[in-house]
Structure formats: structure tokens, C-alpha cells
Design a protein around this ligand. Structure first.
Ligand code: NAG
Ligand code: NAG
Ligand code: NAG
Length: 445
């Protein structure tokens, strides 16, 4: 997509106090400040960020940390889905969200990688093809951000993520700690949290069968079919044929759908809406992958909001850039990287002393908790035996006092949260529990 560059508000920082009606007449009950901008991270590759300053009844934003939220996909938009469906101050109907993370921290949404959400590439070769490029792009963005708004350099900075966002968050965190050590980025990096993260894709795929079988979503015939499809993925990964592994991963998903009457990969207690399971047979591999993993993040109502009142309010989106318009390109450009594990990167983070939290939803299938446990056990980190010996502690569910909302344990710089009654999108499913976890990680509780 080539875009007229003169439309860009190069280097200009939009900062608004949106206490009454927003620029586009958007009914906005927000009392907090917001800012947003584009950064050209490579020639022709533009990334969009949107910051909400913390808006807490008990503290000034100056005294609260900064959280960056990274969505999955790759190609899912933090400024859209994460913001309006999960943790932002307003929900999709633009009503205040009770469990917004903005009451505990300033929240920075970045549409990442390039091509996601309002971010865009002018040329098809502008999309990232691996997490190294994703990380180096983000480092350019963060350097700009902390230079543009220097008061955030000293605030504790956390990266929170979901799904494929976790894989990117791990790679970004490692590059960020190196950059801070070299002095090329000024920021007070305090830790990374990997939510339902695609850290070890194979461990996820290999546990789909057992997980579905023990939750009465497969019979023994279905279990055999799913396991055999997963074995094919395993062979491709072992032979380092990662593009093929991505295709076979998609085939395995189809086998799951056929044997479960279309279970929802993001929450096993629900079913996929819209399509019948058989429809998928008529789609090409990439259309199929996009349908499954990009579309749930681009529901029609969110599309209308982002491409309607929100783009009007932001007023810096180039005329022919559509929110989500390049999402499928983002996904398919990363197809060769998709099934590669990044367990070694998490190991490097732990060894470097970075605070790492893993949190996972009990009802998530695509990144089930069984698979997360498996890769955690593969860590070479010297603290692992101590972590493994430790017993977990229950946490009360703030939304339903007297019932267990989660279990957690923390040993040295590693923590694990098992979030109950939540699927892949934990803040959507268990908003109060997610907010409580955020506060615990940031040591506000
Ligand atoms: C964006 O605008 C340019 C220049 O007007 C045009 O060449 C290009 O096709 C447009 N792209 C889209 C996606 O509309
Ligand atoms: C990532 O992609 C870039 C651009 O295509 C390439 O130059 C680089 O070698 C790749 N890095 C890795 C580790 O594969
Ligand atoms: C990491 O977490 C521990 C508490 O678990 C905290 O004491 C420490 O300050 C954190 N480290 C950083 C760099 O924030």
C-alpha cells in the first residue's frame, strides 16, 4: 500500500485533555490525559502509539508506573482490541470500564508489528518477517517515545502482552535491556508479563489433544486424530521446516474443529460463532489462518468504531490507511517465524535478572496452560528447581469474594499466575482478577 506521506503529521505530538467532548464529538467521560503519534521506524514503515495517562482516584499519574500492552495475532491491534475490549478506560460502547488498567498505571498501546491496527507499511516489503525485526522496530519507537515524553523515563516501565504479543514482548524485552545497558534508551524497565503467550508453539499444539480429552471435548477417536495431526507439526518443527509447520498447525486446528463441533480456541466453554466447522475446508491456508486468528480481533463493531469515530478523533491517520487493513499481510509475512519457539529468550531474560511473569487462562485452548507448564520445565535458568519446589498460593477473586480466582507463585525474578475461569483474553473474561494481578506485579497490593 503506498500512502501519501504529506498527509502525515511528522513528529507532531497530539496531546488532548478529553474531559468533555472529544475532537470528533466522541462522548468521552475520560478525565485523564491522552497522547498519540506515529513513529517512522524504518523508511516507509510507520507505527502508531496511543498513551492514556494514569487516572487514579488515589494517586497522581506522576507517581504511577507505565505499562505497554502488546496484542497478539500477529496483526491484532492493541489500540483497538486491547484498548476497547480488554483494559482501556472505555469499552467498545464508549462506556467507562470498571476494571480499566488506567486506574493503576499509565497505559501505552502500540499497534505492532508494522501494518497492525493504524500502523502501516507503504510498501509490501515493509512488513516484519521475524521477531528480530519486530524488536528492533519497537526499540526505535520506544526511543522516540521516551525522548518525546521524557517524564516517563524514570517511571517503572512494564511490558504486558497476550498471545503472539508475548513472543514479541520477550524479544523486545531482551533488546530493551541491552539498549538500556548501552545507554541508547533511557527507561526504568521493571519487568515483562507474558499472557497466554506463544513462547513454545509446539508445546501448545502437542497438549491440545490431552487437554480437550480431559475436558470432555474429544472422544478417544477424536483424541487419536488430533494427536496424529499434532505429530505432523512436531516433525516439521524438528526438521526446522517452520513454514510447513505453520501450515500443519492450521491443519491441526481444522481437525480440532471437526472433532469438537467447533470449539472456540480462545475459550473452551464457548463455541465459534458464525461459521459451521465444514466451511473452513473451502478457504486457502492463509485466509483460514487469518479468519481464525485475526478476525476475532476485528469484529465488525470494533471495525466501525476504529474506522469511524476513533480515526476522526485521532485526526492523524492518513486518508487511505484503514484500521486493520493490513492485518492479514502482517500475519502472512510472519508465517515462517510463527512456529519458532523463544524459550531461550525467556531464559536469557531470567538470567539477566529481568522480572518475568507468566499468566495463563484456565479455559484457553490455543495456548493451554499444560503447554506453558511444559516449556517452563525446559528452562535452563538456575532458579527453576527452587521455583518448581515452591507450592502455589490461592488468590481470592475480587469479583466474587470467597471463591478462588487464581493461583500464583513467585520465586526470585519469576512468577506464574494460573487465572481461573478465563480463556485466552484474560482481562475480557476476568477483568477484576486481571487488574488485581497487575497491581500485585507492580507491587501496589
Ligand atoms: C493510497 O493512496 C495512494 C496515492 O493516492 C494510492 O496510490 C494508493 O493506492 C492508496 N492505497 C489504498 C490502500 O487506498
Ligand atoms: C529477520 O528479517 C530481516 C529482514 O528480512 C533479515 O535481514 C534478518 O536476517 C532476519 N533475522 C533473523 C534472525 O532471521
Ligand atoms: C522484581 O520484583 C521484585 C519483587 O518480586 C522486586 O523486589 C524488584 O524490585 C523487581 N525488580 C525490578 C527491576 O523492578
Amino acid at each position: 500500500v503506498s500512502v501519501e506521506r504529506r498527509l502525515l503529521c511528522a513528529g507532531c505530538l497530539v496531546l488532548v485533555l478529553s474531559c468533555s467532548l472529544g475532537a470528533a464529538g466522541l462522548p468521552s467521560p475520560l478525565a485523564g490525559k491522552e497522547a498519540w503519534d506515529y513513529v517512522e521506524v524504518r523508511p516507509g514503515a510507520h507505527m502508531f502509539w496511543w498513551l492514556y495517562y494514569a487516572d487514579s482516584p488515589s494517586a497522581q499519574y506522576q507517581d504511577l508506573p507505565l505499562v505497554m500492552w502488546l496484542q497478539g495475532g500477529p496483526g491484532g491491534s492493541g489500540s483497538g482490541f486491547g484498548n476497547f475490549e480488554e483494559i482501556g478506560p472505555l469499552n467498545r460502547d464508549l462506556e467507562p470500564r470498571k476494571t480499566s488498567w488506567v486506574q493503576a498505571a499509565s497505559v501505552l498501546f502500540v499497534d505492532n508489528p508494522v501494518g497492525t491496527g493504524f500502523s502501516y507499511a507503504e510498501q509490501p516489503d515493509g512488513f516484519a518477517t521475524n521477531v528480530s525485526t519486530v524488536a528492533s522496530d519497537m526499540l526505535v519507537l520506544l526511543k522516540h517515545f521516551f525522548t518525546q515524553i521524557p517524564e516517563f523515563q524514570s517511571k517503572p516501565f512494564y511490558i504486558f502482552s497476550e498471545s503472539y504479543g508475548g513472543k514479541m514482548a520477550a524479544a523486545i524485552s531482551l533488546e530493551l535491556s541491552k539498549a538500556i545497558a548501552k545507554g541508547s534508551v533511557k527507561c526504568n524497565f521493571a519487568g515483562v508479563a507474558l499472557g497466554d503467550s506463544w513462547i513454545s508453539p509446539l508445546d501448545s499444539v502437542m497438549t491440545w489433544g490431552p487437554y480437550l480429552y480431559t475436558t470432555s471435548l474429544l472422544d478417544n477417536n477424536g483424541l487419536a486424530d488430533v494427536n496424529s495431526a499434532a505429530e505432523n507439526v512436531k516433525r516439521a518443527v524438528e526438521q526446522q521446516q517452520f513454514l510447513k509447520a505453520t501450515e500443519l498447525w492450521s491443519v491441526t486446528e481444522t481437525v480440532v474443529e471437526q472433532n469438537t463441533n467447533g470449539v472456540n480456541f480462545y475459550n473452551i466453554l464457548t463455541q465459534q460463532p458464525d461459521e459451521k466447522p465444514t466451511d473452513v475446508l473451502f478457504l486457502s491456508a492463509s485466509a483460514l489462518q487469518a479468519r481464525r486468528h485475526i478476525r476475532p480481533l476485528h469484529k465488525q463493531s470494533l471495525n466501525e468504531l476504529m474506522n469511524g469515530p476513533i480515526r476522526k478523533k485521532l485526526a492523524i491517520i492518513p486518508q487511505n490507511v484503514t484500521w486493520g487493513g493490513q492485518a492479514e499481510d502482517v500475519f502472512s509475512s510472519m508465517a515462517g517465524d510463527f512456529m519458532r519457539p523463544v524459550v531461550d529468550i525467556v531464559d536469557q531474560l531470567l538470567t539477566a535478572g529481568v522480572n518475568v511473569t507468566v499468566y495463563n487462562g484456565q479455559l484457553d485452548l490455543i495456548v493451554d496452560t499444560m503447554g506453558q507448564e511444559l516449556w517452563v520445565k525446559q528452562l535452563k535458568w538456575e532458579g527453576l528447581p527452587g521455583f518448581s519446589q515452591l507450592r502455589w498460593s490461592p488468590l481470592d477473586d475480587p469479583a466474587s469474594p470467597g471463591t478462588t480466582g487464581a493461583f500464583f507463585k513467585t520465586y526470585r525474578n519469576f512468577a506464574f499466575y494460573w487465572i481461573l475461569k478465563a480463556g485466552h483474553m484474560i482481562p475480557s473474561d476476568q477483568g477484576a482478577m486481571a487488574l488485581q494481578m497487575l497491581k500485585m506485579i507492580m507491587q501496589q497490593d
